[in-house]
Design a protein around this ligand. Sequence first.
Ligand SMILES: NC(=O)c1ccc[n+]([C@@H]2O[C@H](COP(=O)([O-])OP(=O)(O)OC[C@H]3O[C@@H](n4cnc5c(N)ncnc54)[C@H](O)[C@@H]3O)[C@@H](O)[C@H]2O)c1
Length: 325
Amino acid sequence: MRVLVTGGAGFIGSNLVDFLVKKKYKVIVIDNLSSGRVSNLNKSKKKIKLIISDLSKDGSWKKYFKNVDIVYHIAGLGDIVPSVKDPRKYFLANVNATLNVIEACREYNVNKIVYTASSSCYGLAKKIPTSENDKIDIQHPYAFTKYLGEQILLFWSKIYKIKVISLRLFNIYGLRSRTTGAYGAVFGTFLRQKISTKPLTVVGDGKQKRDFLHVDDLVRLFIKCSKIRKTGVYNVGKSEPVSINKIVNIFKSRKINIPKRPGEPKITYANINKIKKVTNWKPKIDIVKGTKELLDNIEMWKYAPLWTPKKIKKANKYWFKYLGK
Ligand SMILES: NC(=O)c1ccc[n+]([C@@H]2O[C@H](COP(=O)([O-])OP(=O)(O)OC[C@H]3O[C@@H](n4cnc5c(N)ncnc54)[C@H](O)[C@@H]3O)[C@@H](O)[C@H]2O)c1
């Protein structure tokens, strides 16, 4: 089977690539390395074809869609605050690139695409746990561009009969968690702070809960998605929200509390009944075990940017200016 992974040099993408290579799939990665790193592919890079290209622009990268059985479209820009600072950049990376990818699928008759959408489309969800039919409540350009990407794929699917599996991911964590953002990427931020023996920066009182899913569980689901026969949208999380204070306890580190940000949900909690029903998939990795594994591999966070309270305070200015209501 020939598989194309966009964003394969990033956190989630590289974990998928390692798994596919282990299972002897033929893998092509397209990535522009805007947030990804070639070193994320150290394990697999000799066995894959790595194309460094920007998917938001037309280019010769399209020819690699020839004879591909399935595309995992994982490329995109994450994080909320930078998307408020530069919405155009996010539009290009999350919307234009998605349009270009589905058009390449159409041109080369690729029949199936799995997309990493975002649970941020639910905003401050009214219903907990949140299911796919709950209200869409877009709060910022990141959420908007990820949602637009999904809508383009669903519409193209209807007209051009390409199967689209859109996975609305909640919080994914695991080896190589991205560290470039002070928002959402709790694990990357905490790991980098721990290695520098700095206190962990906890937003508000730390009682807010997030639905963390280990990336290995997600990768197992990705493989199962290749067997789904119909287009559909699915929520994907562990469905077991955990407070930030609990994560701090597992880290056994000092913490400092930084101001709460308005517009951030108190809890994210995925209702995953739909995806479980169609795939028979079940998340397995316990948060304590998953976090300890990260702590055992902490060396890899040594060179990641360090988010100090001062840096976070500066970035927070945008949050309060544009998102604070
Ligand atoms: N990590 C999470 O918790 C989470 C939650 C919801 C949704 N998602 C979505 O999953 C995807 C992967 O997330 P991640 O955490 O692995 O992020 P990441 O930043 O580690 O990976 C994204 C990859 O896409 C590449 N990329 C970005 N723009 C590109 C472009 N125009 N052309 C080619 N490559 C491009 C980056 O270089 C990077 O390697 C993203 O689309 C994100 O929106 C992630």
